[in-house]
Write a protein that binds this ligand. Structure first.
Ligand SMILES: Nc1ncnc2c1ncn2[C@@H]1O[C@H](COP(=O)(O)OP(=O)(O)OP(=O)(O)O)[C@@H](O)[C@H]1O
Length: 949
């Protein structure tokens, strides 16, 4: 097994969290049209890094997030986690199980994880390189992809062969190398452009530096010539002074007195010269300090630049950490809102759960009481029916008796009538006479009483009334005796045996009794039947309500299960969110800490900048102070020089005066003094002109020095040369050194880049050669397998693969030629839908033979196959399922029955996909599918799963 499980939340129609556990062999995904089966395939493609919205059947990437239904709001995030078993080490990670997760927010932000560590898309792609799995691999084959394989340009089919050949990695490496090559070319171009610029400045600075260096050399020579001229002059003075000294010593005695004052003059000059030297030293010290300060200022400026850069960097770090912490805070809030939402949903689910449980209990009670009532009524029906049977028996018995009795009555009546001579006509006439007499008496009585009343009212005397009354009485007595006679004659015609017959012990009474009994029993039977049919009708109604109780209970139980599932997934989601909130809180405090650290660094850097600026300011003040001092000293030196010169002139004129006054001997002394003074002047002038003491060079006095005219000629020449040099950039040498460093660096870089370019060229060539070898070897094997697989799937026929451009294997397209059995070699576009599917499947399986994909998802590729081809297809599939894991979306019953595991997708709530489990069972040897409630699931005419029959 490769794919272990898939967890989907918020992806397309999977609004609630759904878990799919895969197993080895063939797993079928079942469900009606539009319930979300292909969305599961999309989820797998998506988590493996698919970027094409077209392939994912979406307009833009955010469209994969659940976009709501009439009753549900759209979600803000979609998340898919795929757990893969890596026990066989197919993937280059040490873990036995690898979880890949991808998450997308409606804001468009996308995240990838491998084993809960945040990674880049690139890392996911690299994980699946050359495994047959991944974005462009052949592990997922959909209906549309069959057309893509067969109808696309021959070049577009290459990816299957490349993946199987394992050159996808090389292809990527080659692309990377070519990209690096391009980058290297760009860099070379860039470096060459910069080098061109630098070379121009290099040449200029080189010329300037050469000029500056010649200038420095000439200046050095000029100085040396100046020194030599001064030394030569000095030497001649010294020699002259020494000769004069010899002469002077001869006249020393005479000059002793004057020399006293002269020596005081000399002392003064000496003192002034000492002062002058002191100032010279001070000037050098100031210049040295100025130079040092200049260097230090440069150092501080550099430090300032560095600190400013650091300040900017820290500001950027602080701002980035701040922004990051805010976005984390937002995410935390979002997750917390979602937790609240989910907890509310859990509370709602609990309420609904309790409500449902009450309803189930109520329905179960109703069910029980209805069942009891039905049973008791059934018992009553049975008893009543038994009673009816015995009543029918009794009725039959009574009917027998009645019939016998009636026969006896008829026979007896006939006999008695015969015996009695009974005549009905006569009897009726006697009765009519008797009755008319009775009526007459009755009418007379009424008449007489009315007449008597009238008499009374007329005031007829009582006696008369009485006599009338007596008259009437006599008439009445007569009528009465006539009546008696008439009754006796009627009785004469009455049959006496009738009384016997109708007497209580007589048989007529017996017959009446029997009839009454039978009537009563019939009435009871009819009432019983009415009661039975009433009870049956009642039971039928009760059975209907019993069924509706059952249905309601089963629906409510399904709803309870759903609620439990929803509650569980909501709780898991809450736990996950809480974990994520804790994680993000850590990230948040990290970001805050980073921001605070950066702020601290900013303060420190600001402090450093202020300190450095203060130091610089102080240095500048010192420099301007020293410059002032230098200016003062230079003017003091100039002043002192003119003082000395004045003093020397004064001394010379004193000598002249002494000479004039004291004669020739004094003149010599003066000459000596003059010479001494000249010698001193040379030193002084030299120091004034060059800031250095001539004494430093006195050692050269013992060396051979050119004659002064020679030296002067050369000096003139040097001066002309210096003038001829024109403007001299004194910094040129330093600047040249800097440019040279840059120039050397760039030249080296250019060399390195050229070397890298040639290395990359070699890599590209090697990859190409290796890819070509691998591609050809794999292509050959797939081509052979394809021919065999085609024959196996079609039960004959012929098929071939052809490289379009054999000269250019790595770019060449691949043509497919197919000839189903008994048909001509046909262009692919002329094949039927089923033949196309089988050809594509043949190519796919031919590829698996060379490089099996660890798992394979086939989305309705059997849709166009008839029963015979399904048979071929399944037999091949079963062979391959021994090595690879297959997940098949199908509506075909045969394919479903050939699977080892079934996973059902349904939409109990419109627009929201959920998973249901199905299993295969057997009824009378026939395979059938059962759902969770062990109800059989039916297929429609096309073989699609419909639901319970
Ligand atoms: N972002 C989304 N939010 C909610 N529902 C979506 C989203 N994207 C797609 N759907 C829904 O998913 C359903 C399509 O699912 P699917 O293509 O997986 O079905 P199926 O089971 O493969 O169907 P058939 O058997 O017809 O191929 C459509 O009803 C569509 O509206």
């Amino acid at each position: 097994m490769f794919l272990k499980s898939l967890e989907i939340y918020g992806f397309k129609s999977f609004a609630d969290k759904a878990n799919l556990e895969f197993s080895d062999g063939i797993t079928s995904l079942l469900g009606p049209n539009g319930c979300g089966k292909s969305n599961i395939v999309d989820a797998i493609k998506w988590v493996l890094g698919e970027q094409s919205t077209k392939t994912l059947r979406a307009g833009k990437m955010e469209d994969v997030i659940f976009n709501g239904t009439d009753t549900r709001k759209p979600l803000q995030v979609a998340e898919v986690s795929l757990t893969i078993s890596n026990e066989a080490g197919a993937l280059p990670l040490p873990d036995a199980e690898i979880e890949i997760k991808r998450r997308i927010f409606r804001s468009g932000e996308s995240e990838y994880y491998i084993n809960r560590n945040r990674v880049l898309l690139k890392n996911i792609r690299e994980l699946f390189f050359d495994t047959g799995v991944g974005k462009s691999a052949y592990s997922i084959l959909e209906q549309g992809k069959i057309d893509q394989i067969l109808s696309s340009r021959p070049e577009d089919r290459r990816y299957i062969f490349e993946e199987a050949a394992g050159i996808s990695r090389f292809k990527q490496q080659s692309i990377d190398a070519e990209r690096k090559l391009e980058k290297t070319d760009e860099n070379i171009l860039q470096v060459e452009t910069i080098l061109k610029e630098v070379r121009r400045s290099y040449e200029t600075k080189k010329n300037q530096a050469t000029k500056a260096s010649s200038y420095r050399e000439l200046k050095k020579e000029q100085f040396a010539l100046e020194v030599d001229i001064q030394l030569s002059t000095l030497k001649s003075y010294i020699l002259l002074r020494e000769s004069k000294q010899e002469q002077k010593e001869l006249t020393e005695k005479t000059l002793e007195e004057q020399s006293g004052s002269l020596s005081s003059c000399d002392t003064e000059i000496e003192e002034m010269q000492a002062k002058m030297r002191e100032m010279g030293t001070r000037r050098i010290a100031i210049q040295t300090e100025l130079q040092r300060l200049d260097e230090a200022q440069k150092g501080r400026n550099d430090k300032l630049d560095l600190l400013t850069q650091r300040f900017r960097d820290f500001c950027k770090q602080r701002d980035e950490a701040g922004a990051r912490s805010e976005s984390i805070l937002e995410r935390i809030q979002r997750d917390k809102d979602e937790i609240d939402e989910k907890l509310n949903a859990v509370a709602d689910i609990d309420d609904a759960f309790a409500q449902l449980s009450i309803e189930i209990e109520k329905n179960q009670k109703g069910l029980l009481s209805t069942q009891t009532l039905i049973e008791s009524q059934n018992q009553e029906i049975d008893q009543t029916e038994l009673l009816d049977v015995s009543l029918d028996d009794e009725l039959e018995e009574l009917a027998g008796k009645l019939k016998d009795l009636t026969d006896v009555i008829v026979i007896e009546l006939e006999e008695k009538l015969k015996q009695s001579g009974y005549n009905l006509e006569e009897k009726r006439a006697a009765l009519a006479l008797f009755e008319s007499k009775l009526k007459h008496i009755d009418a007379s009585l009424l008449e007489q009483s009315a007449f008597l009343e009238k008499l009374k009212t007329m005031g007829v005397p009582a006696l008369e009334v009485l006599s009338q009354q007596q008259k009437y009485q006599l008439g009445l007595q007569k009528a009465f005796s006539e009546l008696k006679e008439l009754f006796a004659s009627y009785q004469m015609h009455q049959a006496s045996f009738i009384d016997e017959l109708v007497a209580p012990q007589g048989i007529i009474s017996e017959k009446h009794r029997l009839e009454t009994q039978m009537g009563a029993k019939r009435l009871q039977v009819s009432r019983n039947r009415e009661r039975i049919s009433y009870l049956r009708e009642e039971n039928r109604k009760l059975s209907a309500s019993l069924e509706s109780y059952r249905l309601a209970i089963s629906d409510q139980k399904v709803a309870l299960n759903q609620l439990t599932g929803q509650k569980q997934s909501a709780k898991e989601w809450v736990a996950k969110l809480q974990l994520s909130v804790t994680e993000q809180q850590y990230q948040y405090s990290d970001a805050l800490k980073n921001s605070e650290n950066a702020q601290e660094r900013i303060y420190e850097t600001q402090e450093d900048i202020r300190d450095t600026e203060a130091e610089l300011k102080e240095m500048k003040a010192t420099v301007s102070m020293l410059n002032e001092d230098l200016k003062d000293i230079i003017s003091l030196i100039e002043e002192k020089g003119s003082e000395i010169r004045a003093k020397q002139e004064q001394k010379a004129s004193s000598y002249d005066r002494l000479q004039a006054l004291r004669g020739e001997s004094v003149k010599l002394g003066l000459q000596i003094e003059q010479l001494v003074s000249n010698i001193g002047g040379i030193y002084t002038t030299f120091f004034e002109n060059f800031g250095k003491s001539l004494k430093e060079y006195e050692s050269r006095l013992d060396e051979e020095i050119n004659d002064i005219p020679v030296l002067k000629t050369r000096l003139d020449e040097v001066r002309r040369k210096i003038e001829g040099l024109g403007y001299i950039n004194q910094m040129a040498e330093d600047e040249f050194a800097e440019v040279k460093e840059q120039y050397d660096f760039l030249t080296k870089q250019l060399d390195d880049l050229s070397k890298a370019k040639s290395d990359l060229d070699a890599v590209v060539l090697e990859i190409k050669t290796r890819s070509e070898q691998l591609f050809l070897a794999t292509y050959k094997k797939i081509s052979e397998n394809f021919q065999e697989m085609f024959r196996r799937l079609f039960g004959g026929g012929r098929a071939e693969l052809k490289l379009v451009d054999t000269e250019n294997v790595l770019q060449s397209g691949i043509d497919i030629l197919a000839q189903p059995p008994g048909k001509k070699l046909t262009h692919l576009s002329l094949l039927s839908g089923g033949e196309r599917s089988m050809t594509a499947v043949a190519l796919l399986f031919a590829t698996y033979l060379v490089k099996p994909s660890p798992f394979c998802i086939l989305d309705e590729i059997d849709a166009a196959l008839d029963d015979r081809n399904i048979g071929y297809f399944l037999s091949v599939l079963e062979d391959f399922a021994l090595k690879s894991q297959f997940i098949i979306i199908t509506h075909n019953k045969h394919t479903v029955m050939g699977s080892s595991t079934l996973l059902g997708v349904t939409q109990m709530e419109a627009g929201v996909s959920t998973m249901v489990s199905y299993r295969i069972g057997r009824i009378e040897g026939e395979a059938v599918i059962y759902n969770d409630d062990s109800q059989e699931v039916s297929f429609n005419a096309e073989g699609s799963v419909l639901g319970t029959p």
